[in-house]
Design a protein around this ligand. Sequence first.
Ligand code: AMP
Ligand code: MG
Length: 390
Amino acid sequence: MISTKEALNRIEWAIKNIGIQTMQLKNSLGCFLAENILSPIDLPLFDQSAMDGYAIKLNEGNKFKTIGEIQAGDDASNVSLENNHAIKIFTGAMCPDSADLVCRIEDITEEKSDIVVAIMPDRGANIRRKGEQIKQGELALKKGHLITPATIGFLANLGITEVSVVAPPKVAILSTGNELCPPGQKLPLGKIYESNSIMLEAALQQYHVELIKAKKTVDTLESTITSIADLLSQSDILIITGGISVGDYDYVAAALEENGVEQVFHKVSQKPGKPFYFGTKGGKLIFALPGNPAAVLTCFYIYVLPAIQKFKGGSFEGLPSVELVSSSKIEKTNAREQFLKAYALGNEVRILEGQSSAMLHTFAESNAIVYLPAHTKLEVGEKVLTYKIH
Ligand code: AMP
Ligand code: MG
């Protein structure tokens, strides 16, 4: 059986399928830019007032004749101020070339058609200069930039509606098991509510990855083969849950082989998730996770997430990790590496009760995963590698 590190290395090595795609800016959150973006315009496009106040042309004294107003959105290119003239102006409005500065409404008093400025700011004050944020043709964002809400706002500010990004993977999910019944229906005796697919879909959403299709299959070789064939034809990454262990009705490994998937590894020396399988077909990645829900989510965070990140053009990082001080003790060692559901607060982490791979309750109450190497005990106060989920 391989180690978790070896499993991660083999997955990272297998990811090659990176294409480029043009995408609507509004749908591009979480993608990586595939090329440099040069600014198509000066930003701002014209001198703008940064305040509500008066644009004034200086000459002598601090009294100015007012000659009208300029609202945000008005074209003020024909407005020309003479000496000791002022024009009322609002934040974001076009500032006339002839204005020396804008004084704040709070710093003036109005006297009929004149204003008197109590506190005179410096020349150029309160004017956002044309191109001061970025000039036309300058580098706005570099290739490889991760698109965040701020990125989307900035590019929209430049008038951009489409971006060229590293094509994100299309992901499909297959849940296997005769016992699975969709939540919302009456549960026949012997069946269980299916939770892996909705959980994985939520995890994909959290990382802005599109789920192409989710499907369920009963535990027969034929149905497993046809379900895999269908999903593989539509996806770049296929995540399968259940049916990859040693039971008589675990058909996933055989069905993958039947579909021409090349096994990269099967079984990792870890708890939970020992039966974890990874394979490839062309550039497609296939993760077959053991069905127990807590094992599914652990394997998603530890293996599928970094694969998705790299596939999207980012680095193979996975969850952020930190060294925290354990407030729990573990006396019993295990021959396998362990991922333990835990709760991190400040610089401490507490390992939760109920580590069975069937128990999602513990996972739902955790915010971190503690990694414990094989054959390791843990003392209170000892530092442990902790993956932060949220
Ligand atoms: P398996 O890996 O198929 O042997 O399944 C291991 C355990 O996980 C069994 O108790 C299954 O009933 C359960 N299980 C498998 N798939 C799902 C699923 N999609 N949702 C919830 N539990 C599941
Ligand atoms: Mg099963």
